[in-house]
Design a protein around this ligand. Structure first.
Ligand SMILES: [Zn+2]
Length: 324
């Protein structure tokens, strides 16, 4: 039996335990609230895994088994994440004397389905890779297809990891992730032979078959060659000339976040998937590091890329999604 004296300390202990428990619970609730208030954390290492996974599928040339495998992978991943998927496919002639193929752009939508005018964010990357390594030093290797770790897989890896984040934390704003096909089969000196998928998608905006709504769009950010270990992203020329406000807004955010790869300096003009949209009056910016020695060579492999570079670009777009 307990005497009154021996009971007191026990009561104190019980009370203390309850107090400690309540305090812990309180701080747990607080921590959870803070976590929800902060944008989800984009992990460069996870994006790097997704970059390698794409390269392991082999070349993703339009019409190839690798291209098909990656498209199916994107679609499955989007459906598993509970996101909306639309495909935009069409038959087309191909440059470089290649046989006609069916190209398929894939659009994955997250957040609210309906958006006010000028509020949805479009993020794009090309998932196809170049059929040849025509700039390789070794002439014997120039007819090899590109691995495309940076030129293809890097932008797609960022979008794939964003899907994982948006599956857990649905964004308040509407977001459309656009996976372009047929970007990189063109011939030098003929810009129109590149970006076939995006030309078709931009050229049919407003049509019934097109999953994108131009009225609700705030702007398009294209991610291309953003995995370079030695990353430097200036303001691409066409973006700056035709969408100066949107371009400056995106780069100012990068500087505010302290991302060292981004520079407000003007860069060269590059015909990329953003150009057909600029021609249609959609504000669009191309985030691209064109200073990449293994470009269109057999050296465009995962070792030329880094998780730290993917992390910087991923952090920027995550912030823009969750902090419009
Ligand atoms: Zn390329």
């Amino acid at each position: 039996m307990y005497s009154k004296r021996s009971f007191q300390p026990i009561r104190l202990i019980v009370l203390s335990v309850i107090l400690v428990f309540q305090t812990l619970c309180g701080s747990m609730v607080l921590a959870e609230e803070t976590a929800l208030a902060d944008p989800p954390v984009f992990r460069g290492q996870r994006a790097m895994e997704l970059l390698i996974e794409q390269c392991e599928m082999g070349p993703r040339t339009p019409g190839s088994p690798g291209n098909r495998q990656l498209r199916d992978f994107i679609i499955k991943k989007a459906r598993d994440a509970g996101l909306t998927v639309s495909t935009h496919c069409f038959e087309t002639e191909m440059p470089m004397g290649l046989s006609p193929v069916e190209l398929c752009n894939v659009v994955v939508s997250a957040g609210p389905r309906q958006s006010e005018p000028g509020t949805r964010l479009w993020l794009g990357a090309h998932y196809d890779t170049r059929p040849v390594c025509d700039l390789d030093r070794d002439p014997a290797l120039r007819d090899q297809p590109l691995t495309g770790a940076n030129d293809g897989a890097s932008g797609v890896a960022v979008l794939l990891h964003l899907m994982e984040l948006m599956a857990k934390d649905a964004p308040n704003r509407g977001v459309d992730l656009i996976f372009f096909d047929g970007e990189d089969s063109g011939t030098g000196g003929a810009p129109g032979s590149f970006c076939i998928g995006s030309q078709k998608l931009a050229g049919t905006l407003g049509d019934f078959s097109n999953p994108l709504d131009p009225v609700s769009c705030q702007g398009l950010i294209v991610l291309d060659m953003i995995g370079d270990r030695d990353l430097f992203i200036p303001m691409e020329g066409y973006s700056l000339r035709h969408a100066p406000e949107f371009t400056r807004e995106v780069f100012s955010r990068a500087l505010k976040l302290g991302l060292p790869a981004f520079s407000m300096s003007p860069g060269r003009a590059i015909f990329d998937d953003h150009v057909p949209f600029l021609q249609k009056g959609i504000p669009a910016v191309d985030l691209i590091d064109f200073d990449y020695p293994p470009w269109h060579t057999t050296g465009d492999i995962p070792q030329a890329c880094s998780a730290a570079s993917l992390q910087q670009v991923g952090k920027l777009v995550t912030n823009l999604i969750y902090r419009p």
